[in-house]
Design a protein around this ligand. Sequence first.
Ligand SMILES: Nc1nc2c(c(=O)[nH]1)N[C@H]1C(S)=C(S)[C@@H](COP(=O)(O)OP(=O)(O)OC[C@H]3O[C@@H](n4cnc5c(=O)[nH]c(N)nc54)[C@H](O)[C@@H]3O)O[C@H]1N2
Ligand SMILES: Nc1nc2c(c(=O)[nH]1)N[C@H]1C(S)=C(S)[C@@H](COP(=O)(O)OP(=O)(O)OC[C@H]3O[C@@H](n4cnc5c(=O)[nH]c(N)nc54)[C@H](O)[C@@H]3O)O[C@H]1N2
Ligand SMILES: [Mo]
Length: 771
Amino acid sequence: MYKTKDQPAAENPEELLDLKVTEPKKWAAGIPAVVAAMDDVLHEAGPKRGMEALFHMNKKGGFDCSSCAWPDPDDDRSPIAEYCENGAKALAEEATTKKLTGVFFAQNSVADLAQLNDYEIGKKGRIAEPVYLPKGGTHYQPISWDEAFKKIAGHLNNLKSPDEAAFYTSGRTSNEASFTYQLFVREFGTNNMPDCSNMCHESTSVALAEAIGIGKGTVTLNDFYETDVIIIMGQNPGTNHPRMLTALEKAKGNGAKIIAVNPLLEAGLMGFKNPQTVKGVLGINTQLADLYLQVKINGDMALLKAIEKLLYDAEVKAPGTVFDHEFIKYNTVGYTEILHQLATYDIDELAVAAGVPVKQIQEATDMLKDKKRIIICWAMGITQHENGVATVNEIVNLTLLKGSIGKPGAGLCPVRGHSNVQGNRTMMIWDKPKPEQLAKLKKVFGFEPPHKNGYDVVESIHAMNEGKLKVFFAMGGNFLSATPDTTYTAQGLRKMKLTVNVSTKLNRGHLVHGEESIILPTFSRSDKDMINGEPQFISCENSMGIMQMSKGILDPISDNLLNENQIVCKLAKATIGSRTVIDWDRYANSYDAVRDDIEKVIPGFDDYNKRIREPGGFYLPNGPRIGKFKTEKYGDKVAFTINKLPEHKLADDEYMMTSIRSHDQFNTTIYGLDDRYRGIHNERRVIFMNRKDIRLAGFKEGELVDLYNYHGGKVRVAHLFVVVPYNIPERNTATYYPETNVLVPIDSVAKKSNTPTSKLVLIKIKKHISH
Ligand SMILES: Nc1nc2c(c(=O)[nH]1)N[C@H]1C(S)=C(S)[C@@H](COP(=O)(O)OP(=O)(O)OC[C@H]3O[C@@H](n4cnc5c(=O)[nH]c(N)nc54)[C@H](O)[C@@H]3O)O[C@H]1N2
Ligand SMILES: Nc1nc2c(c(=O)[nH]1)N[C@H]1C(S)=C(S)[C@@H](COP(=O)(O)OP(=O)(O)OC[C@H]3O[C@@H](n4cnc5c(=O)[nH]c(N)nc54)[C@H](O)[C@@H]3O)O[C@H]1N2
Ligand SMILES: [Mo]
C-alpha cells in the first residue's frame, strides 16, 4: 500500500474479479491435470514448440524442469513424459512466444504496468532485450549490453565500500552461473548475497547443519520405495511437488503408510489419480494419507512432542521394542535430557496445543511404534515460523528416537522449493560463508575474499531503508513481492541508486525500482544455450543431492539474450577490470571451464565434467545418509535438542493467518486465477475461514473484508478480500502469497534462520471500508 501521486503501488491492485466457489477436491492430478497442462503449453508456445519441449522435460539428456526440486527417478523414467501439470505450466510460462522489446516498453510506462495485477503482468511475455530506466524516467528504454554493464560497473565502483551493494539470487540459477556469480561478488569484495533460501528452507539448513552435520536431507527416491511410514508435514505436494505423488503411490503399493499433518485438507495428500497409469486414466484413485492430522497453524511442535511422549509410554510398556537403543547409544547425545523434558508435558495439554485429539495422536503413534523405516518430509508449513528451526530439530528428535536415519527406507526429507536452490548454496551463494570455504577460494584463485558475514534477505531490506545499501542486483526472482512487509521493502528499493534485475519475465519487482533501473534479459532452463555455435548444458542439484545436467532445446525468444554466466563474466570484467585475477572470458566461453574450477573449490565434485555427462548424473556425498555423522559440536554423534513449546495467545478479535500458494502460481508468477483443488475459481483475494469464526465475527460467506496486522506498533493493511468458509481449524485463516505479504512484519522472523514468518501472521479482520 505504498501509493503516492507519482509512485505506482508496490502491491497488486485492490480489485476483485469474479469469484466462484466449488467443493474442494479429495484427490489430485488425473485427466483434468493433463488437460490443464496441455492447455497452457499449447496456448503459450504453440503445438510444435510446446510438444517438443514437454517431450524433453526431465528426460535424461533433456532439460531439468525449472518448477520444483523434486528428483527424477534414477532409472525407470516414463518413455513419454516425466513432468507434471505444474511443470508444464512453468514451461508454458517461459516457452511463450510473446516478447517484450523496446516497442512494448515505449508504449507502456512503468506507472501503467503497475496498474495491472501480477497475472496480467506475467502474461505479457518474455523480456527480449536489455532495457534501462533513467533517473526520473517514466518508461524503460532499450540499452546495449555494453552500455548496461558500463553503467552498473560505474555505480559499483563509485560505492564507498563494496558492502553498499547486495546481490540477490533466486533459486533457478545453474551451478555454473552460481559459482561464477559468487566468485565475482566476492572478488568485488562483499558477502552480501541474500537468496530466496533465506525465506524458504533456511530454518531447515540451520537446524540440520547443527544437529546432523549437513544442512540437507538424507533420503533418496529409492528410500520411498522401501519405507514403512511417510510423514508429510506442512507441505502441499499435489500443487508444489506433483511428481512426489508418483513416488508416494509407489511407496503405498509397496506397503507404506502415510500420515499427513496440515491445517488444510489438501487434495494432493488425500488421493492421487496417476494420469500415467491405466488405473489413473480410468479415474481410479490411490488413497494417499492413511491418517490425516489437521493440526492448528504451528501446532506441529506440540504434535511431535505428543507423538514422542506416547512412543515413550509404549517403550516403557514393552522395553526395547519402540526406540532404537543401539542407534541412540552409539550415535547420539542428549537422550536422557529429552526424556526428562518429555516427562514434564501433559498429553492432554499437548493435544490441545496441537489441535489434534489424543485418540488420533495415539493412532499415529501406533503406526510408528513397531517401525524403524520412517521418512519425515516437510516444507514451508514448518520452516516459515518463528520456531521453524526448533520444529525441524524436533523432527530430528523423533527420527533419532526411532533410529530412522542412515539406513534404507528411512531419513529426513526437507522438500526444497526452487529447482536449483540447493545447488546455489552448494556453490556458495551464501551470506554466511564458512572460513574454510573462503580459504579454499583464496587458495585456488589467489585473492582475499571478504570475511565479514553479508546481509541476508531481511537484513538487506533493513540496510536499504537505513541507507547502508545503494545498489541492488538480482539474479532472477522478484525480491519486491516475495519478501515480507511489501510497503517497507518498496520504500527500501526506492532508496537505491541503482536496481538491476536479470530476468526472464516481467514482474512487479521491475516496477518498484531505484533512481535508475536496468533489466537484463536471460535464458530460461528450456532455452537452447549456444556458445560458439555449440549447444551447451548446465547442471543443477535437486532436493536429494543429485547433480544432473540440463540442456535446453527451444530456440530463444530473441538473439539479444545472454546466459546468466555470460552476464556475470561480462559484468565482472567491466567492474573489476584489470584488477581481476580471474580469466572471465574463459568462463564465459565454456561451462566446462567453470566446472573444472568448481571441482577445485567444492568438495564432492571430483571428475565433475565426466560424471555430469553420465545419464542420471551423480549423488553428492552425504554422510548421514549412510549413517556416518560429523557434527561441529558433537564429533561423530548427532544431537537431540531441547525445544520449547510455542505459546500463542490471541486477542478476542485476532486470528492466525498462514500464507500459501494456489494451484495456479509459481511463487510470485501467477499462471492462472484458479485454485482448482481448493474449489476457488477466478479470484485470489480470498481469506479461508472456519465457519464458526465467520458466524462469531458477524460475517457471512462472501463478506468483503480488510486484513490488519499491528506487529511492533505499526499498522499494516491489505484491503478487499472475500471471506470463504473452509475446513480449517478455528481461529486459523489462510490467504494467498504474495497478495498478503504486505501484512508479514519484517521483524517477525524465525530464531536463528531469520526467515520471515510467512506461515503465521497475526491479523484482525474487519468489514471492508472503501477508501
Ligand atoms: N507449482 C508450484 N510449485 C512450487 C512452487 C509454486 O509456487 N508453485 N514453489 C516452490 C517453492 S520455492 C517452494 S519453497 C515449495 C513450497 O511448497 P509448500 O511448502 O508445499 O508450499 P506452501 O503453499 O507454502 O504450503 C505449505 C503447506 O503448509 C500448510 N501449512 C501452513 N501452515 C502450516 C503449519 O503451521 N503447520 C503445518 N503442518 N502445515 C502448515 C499449508 O496448508 C500448505 O499445505 O514449492 C516449490 N514448488
Ligand atoms: N508470504 C509468503 N511469502 C513468501 C513465501 C510464502 O510461502 N509466503 N515463500 C517464500 C519462498 S519459499 C520463496 S523461495 C520466495 C521466492 O522468491 P523469488 O525466487 O524471488 O520469486 P519468484 O516468484 O520465484 O521469481 C520469479 C521471477 O524470476 C524470474 N525468473 C524465472 N526464471 C528465471 C531464470 O531462469 N533466470 C532468471 N535470471 N530469472 C528467472 C522471472 O523474471 C520471474 O518473474 O518467496 C518467499 N515469499
Ligand atoms: Mo521456496
